[in-house]
Write a protein that binds this ligand. Structure first.
Ligand SMILES: Cc1cc2nc3c(=O)[nH]c(=O)nc-3n(C[C@H](O)[C@H](O)[C@H](O)COP(=O)(O)OP(=O)(O)OC[C@H]3O[C@@H](n4cnc5c(N)ncnc54)[C@H](O)[C@@H]3O)c2cc1C
Length: 456
């Protein structure tokens, strides 16, 4: 893979630009440290949140408003501290290792591999949602199994959907889905929901919500799409099937700590173990927010952890000897900075290559060659995460036609796709050749591999 950069030294690397990472960033920049901020998008999980009612000082905010606030805040930081803040959106850190008194970080960007050095690291990579550990769940992901009510509820209009789980995520998914689906079946393993009392109150006695208690899911049924779930009453042992068109596993999250497993200690859940300042087992490395073993996963907590770790990291960096332990890396180069800024500008200028209903039917379906269509939805985090890989494939395969379509604005195309097989998630990637759908995939665990498979 191409080596884009090397031998560049930063004071602090912030990995992940959700609430925790952004909160750390502002303090680091106010202290005039040289910071590189890395992440596939700004905002983190909050864009999946329909409503935030517990952010202190502001009574109610939608997840989208909150995320827009974070993006605006981040852009202000970029404008205010251009000489201190480097960012390359679409970057995913794949490894970080200690090399003497500093760290070597390797990241994957749409243009290749990037390697650089840093005196300190703040890990703020958060978490992603868990799938059900039962037969059918992996195979039917994107074919009726979805995770984000806010992103995917419109795909289940008038359908029957099951929400599995009893915490806040499940309750929020139920409240979102009930506005679209004909019926929502809530399956909980306990006697009652365990989420916030306010949310629990709101899901009781809703006409189109059926609650099945003390029950576990044994299987998700379906071949090309979800058709049902097999359940077992945990008190009586009775087993039965419910017909459903969609399943929303809402059973917690897996932390994104894997790239750092050789660098810092984690607990058996994979969470990075931290002290009160966010310090990890590695000197010079802090971890904050949902990726840590701090028990409560909330925006306010992640934000506070970010500030604490940043203040601690500032003291650490300022206490280091002023001469760099690596002369070569410390120098940096103006041409490198120029290169980063140019690429950043190009990425910001890139918009989705959206087509309309009319263009789809007149130009795409009549084309003899192959087209890769990405079905997306406004505000969908997974769509943003997939976008750099889509863009990279677009550059590598100029003979193929790459287009995107915004689901809500193009009902006729969606009806066409539904005739073949129901599109159940955003993003969905459909390969079309000579007016026919020839392949369709959804695997947001491995967007890069998925898009590569579709383009060969
Ligand atoms: C459906 C739902 C509803 C919620 N509702 C609320 C609520 O009402 N109130 C509340 O306070 N909290 C709520 N939460 C929890 C809240 O969203 C999280 O606690 C918060 O987002 C955690 O922030 P974070 O910065 O630690 O992580 P995240 O928000 O997960 O951000 C982590 C970022 O790191 C990036 N990343 C991951 N791996 C890498 C890598 N290798 N390299 C670079 N970047 C990487 C991710 O793409 C992401 O952008 C909700 C969560 C969900 C899922």
């Amino acid at each position: 893979m191409e080596q884009l950069e090397k031998k560049k030294m930063y004071d602090v690397t912030v990995i992940g630009m959700g609430p925790a990472g952004l909160a750390a960033l502002v303090y680091l920049l106010e202290a005039h440290l040289n910071v590189i901020a890395i992440g596939p998008e700004v905002g983190g999980q909050s864009d999946n949140t329909p409503e935030i009612t517990n952010w202190p000082f502001i009574p109610t905010l939608s997840g989208k408003e909150f995320q827009e606030g974070m993006i605006g805040f981040f852009e202000n930081l970029q404008a205010k501290f251009p000489e201190y803040l480097y960012t390359v959106k679409g970057l995913i850190v794949s490894t970080a290792e200690a090399t003497g008194k500093m760290f070597k970080v390797t990241a994957q960007t749409i243009d290749g591999e990037m390697v650089f050095f840093t005196k300190a690291i703040i890990i703020a990579t958060g978490a992603k949602r868990k799938n059900l550990p039962v037969p059918g769940a992996e195979e039917l992901k994107g074919k009726g199994i979805a995770f984000c009510g806010t992103c995917d509820a419109p795909f289940f209009k008038d359908d029957t959907v099951a929400v599995i789980g009893g915490g806040n995520t499940a309750l929020e998914n139920i409240l979102t889905l009930m506005k679209y689906a004909g019926e929502v079946i809530a399956v909980i393993v306990t006697d009652d929901f365990t989420g916030n009392p306010d949310l629990r109150q709101r899901v009781t006695n809703l006409p189109n919500v059926k609650i099945i208690r003390n029950t576990e899911v044994l299987e998700v049924i379906g071949s090309t799409k979800v058709t049902g779930i097999k359940l077992r009453d945990m008190k009586t042992g009775n087993e039965w099937e419910e017909k459903v068109d969609g399943v929303f596993p809402s059973i917690g999250a897996t932390v994104n700590s894997q790239p750092f497993s050789d660098l810092v200690e984690t607990n058996k859940l994979g969470e990075i173990t931290v002290g009160v300042l966010g310090e990890t087992s590695a000197n010079g490395v802090w971890a904050i927010g949902d990726v840590t073993n701090v028990p409560f996963k909330q925006i306010g907590i992640a934000t506070g952890q970010g500030i604490t770790a940043a203040l601690s990291a500032i003291g650490y960096v300022e206490s280091l000897p002023s001469t760099s332990p690596c002369e070569e890396c410390a120098e940096g180069s103006p041409s490198l900075k120029e290169k980063i800024l140019t690429r950043q500008k190009q990425e910001e200028e890139f918009t989705y290559p959206d087509v309309t209903d009319e263009q789809f039917f007149q130009e795409v379906l009549t084309r003899a060659g192959e087209t890769l269509l990405m079905v997306r939805i406004e505000g969908c985090g997974d769509c943003k995460a997939a976008r750099p890989h889509f863009l990279k494939a677009q550059k590598r395969f100029p003979s193929m036609n790459f287009i995107t379509i915004e689901w809500e604005k193009n009902p006729e195309v969606m009806a066409w796709l539904n005739e073949h097989e129901k599109v159940r998630a955003a993003p969905t990637f459909v390969k079309i050749s000579s007016g026919r759908e020839i392949d369709r995939r959804v695997d947001m665990q491995r967007p890069k591999e998925m898009i590569e498979a579709l383009t060969f």
